[in-house]
Design a protein around this ligand. Structure first.
Ligand code: TYC
Length: 99
């Protein structure tokens, strides 16, 4: 006879939701506003209006939330921003932090 029922075994498996990470853009004095709006539309899938609002928030408050993603996706977005900025000669930076 089995010592554990299927339900008892399933009760021992703790299901946890994957952690989510907030991705932020940081302000600087050199990156053009148009470039930041373009990044927000192409990498973070924002509409023009949303992208402009986030860019202005970063410009005024030094930091702005671009989206919340699972770890690997957040990491990829940060790398894409850094690479596109570097290619274009801008110092734009993105960061991520656990939600
Ligand atoms: N501060 C920049 C400027 O005046 C614009 C800017 C906005 C730069 C957002 C970075 O994440 C940023 N040209």
């Amino acid at each position: 006879m089995a010592t554990h029922t299927e339900h008892e075994l399933l009760d021992d498996i703790k299901l946890e939701y994957p952690k989510k990470y907030k991705v932020y853009l940081l302000n600087d004095d050199y990156t053009s506003m148009d470039f930041v709006v373009n990044i927000l539309m192409s990498i973070f899938h924002k509409s023009y209006e949303e992208a402009e609002a986030i860019m202005l928030e970063v410009h005024k408050k030094d930091k702005g939330l671009c989206g919340v993603y699972p770890h690997e996706i957040a990491e990829t977005k940060v790398m894409q921003v850094t690479r596109r900025a570097k290619e274009s000669g801008f110092p734009l930076k993105a960061t991520m932090e656990e939600e």
